[in-house]
Design a protein around this ligand. Sequence first.
Ligand code: URA
Length: 209
Amino acid sequence: MKGVTVVDHPLVQHKLTLMRKKDTSTKSFRQLLKEIGGLICYEVTRDLPLETVEIETPLMLMQAPALAGKKLVFAPILRSGMGMLDGMLELVPAARVAHVGLYRDPQTLACVEYYFKAPEGLAERTVIVVDPMLATGNTAIAAVDRLREAGAKQIRIACLLCAPEGLSNFLGHHPDVKVWTAAIDERLNDHGYILPGLGDAGDRMYGTR
Ligand code: URA
């Protein structure tokens, strides 16, 4: 699918399989989501622009590559986006964080915003939306709409699992936003859950029901 990168690295695939198992503990699930967050972040940031800066090694001056431009923004969608965030921040500790609070109305599956707080200068920063479960795609669409309204221009999205229907819906609304995911599953069920999936990511992270 154009604009979508499936991160097929063996470590990502192995960790995802562990997360899918219904008997994986809350503690392991949270740890694995954090680890996959870091690995997916590595791929999402692979083509970030570099600039040359002059530095001094213990032996001599040199021209060395460094990330160009303003600090990145990670924009986790609450709650489950928080599960990937720490792994991403371990790789990019200076990144800024925009919290996007959206939930799906269980009846209509429509998105309702309950919290939004973003750093300044979104227009000049690359913003990586963190949405582990891209199911109907409606939450990701609403998050990107909201970030655009707040000024963001360069937006990417880091997922764990996507449903094909949700991806088509998302790319139909935001064809210019590239998506990274560990897998594209078979389909959605009638309640908007991804099949075979891994269940409710927020509940599995926090031990709620
Ligand atoms: N959100 C989840 O946590 N799991 C799904 O399968 C779909 C949406």
